[in-house]
Ligand binder design. Structure first.
Ligand SMILES: Nc1ncnc2c1ncn2[C@@H]1O[C@H](COP(=O)(O)OP(=O)(O)O)[C@@H](O)[C@H]1O
Ligand SMILES: [Mg+2]
Length: 322
């Protein structure tokens, strides 16, 4: 039996479809990623799966319980880490965990022991009596995850766990998530970081405008990208306005601007592409700095599958999501 079974799950807000009939399964112990740019429907999907938002259509089963009539039972086995923390600044780390344990109905006699165990596991035991409000972002995120585990859930939902963290804190949190995965917990996480999905996930569903456009292992997704050549060219001056002209000369290929001076060309006949780039940069006096044929990354796979420029993924909250 799958731990999660989602079929045709849909959410509309006054006529706007945020999640458009998505389907996927998550096996026991799997770490499943929902990867998509901001506004693609990740949070809405998670909220429906954990019973915080009612689907407009479709169904989902978690741990064998149908969400529409078994949400109370399902919730006992679910831990949720929302995209912003649900803990209290004024309470200490320990008090927050005890409070959450009470909320989740953990028996009184095991609350203290469970909290201590989690504080140790998450490296926060020394800081147990400090107020949550005084914690660094990384520590806050870690304690928020700990709080979602007080009732020993079988499934953990993590909504953008590393957003807003510095590189070091993000790495240590990923290790933590990886450890939980290693212990057999089933995990669903959302992210708009391709590297994060690549590093952590067993399988990834790519979400674009509320639709799952592909589901595969990171390796499988990359393999698909390998069916097409990927060539990167770096120019000595700005090439932003020239993408259209270059595209026109490369039928069957797709030219994506990486930044002002770099382009990636997907597909087409590789030797023809190389030749055309040399010609083009000579004609336009672009001062070709480097040209590489590269091994596809998950980013390349993402571009190939979605047709979206990788820069849409870099857009943090506040940008136009649709
Ligand atoms: N409560 C709501 N009312 C109206 N629109 C919403 C609501 N929640 C989310 N949306 C819209 O649904 C889309 C998906 O949002 P969300 O699930 O938060 O995306 P993500 O988590 O991938 O960034 C966005 O366009 C967002 O503006
Ligand atoms: Mg979100």
């Amino acid at each position: 039996m799958n731990t999660i079974d989602v079929q045709g799950l849909t959410k509309r807000f006054d006529g706007f479809t945020a999640v458009d009939g998505i389907s996927f399964e998550v096996g026991e112990g799997e770490l499943f990623g929902l990867l998509g740019p901001n506004g693609s429907g990740k949070t809405t999907t998670i909220r429906m799966l954990v019973g915080l938002s009612r689907p407009t259509a479709g169904r989902a089963k978690i741990l064998g319980f149908d969400l529409s009539f078994g949400i109370t039972e399902a919730k006992r086995g679910i831990g949720v880490v929302p995209d912003s923390s649900n803990l209290y600044d004024e309470l200490s780390a320990r008090e927050n965990l005890l409070f959450m344990a009470k909320l989740y109905g953990v028996p009184k006699d095991v609350r203290e022991q469970k909290s201590e165990e989690l504080l140790k596991l998450f490296g926060l035991y020394e800081r147990r009596d400090d107020r949550f409000g005084t914690f660094s972002r990384g520590m806050k995120r870690a304690l928020t995850i700990a709080a979602a585990l007080v009732h020993d859930p079988k499934v953990l939902f993590l909504d953008e766990p590393t957003v807003g963290l510095d590189v070091v804190a993000a790495r240590s949190l990923r290790e933590l998530i990886s450890d939980l995965h290693g212990k057999g917990l089933t995990i669903v996480l959302t992210t708009h970081y391709l590297e994060e999905a690549d590093l952590l996930c067993d399988r990834i569903a790519i979400l674009v405008k509320g639709n799952v456009v592909e589901i595969d292992t990171p390796r499988g997704l990359k393999r698909r990208a390998e069916e097409r050549s990927v060539i990167e060219a770096s120019f000595g001056r700005e090439a932003t306005d020239l993408v259209g002209d270059l595209s026109a000369r490369l039928p069957g290929a797709e030219v994506v601007l990486l930044d002002e001076t770099r382009v990636k060309i997907y597909g087409g006949d590789p030797s023809r592409v190389l030749e055309e780039i040399f010609e083009f940069s000579k004609e336009r006096n672009l001062g070709l700095n480097a040209i590489n044929s590269i091994k596809p990354s998950l980013e390349d796979a993402f571009v190939r599958i979605t047709g979206l420029s990788p820069t849409v993924m870099a857009r943090e909250k506040g940008g136009k999501g649709r």
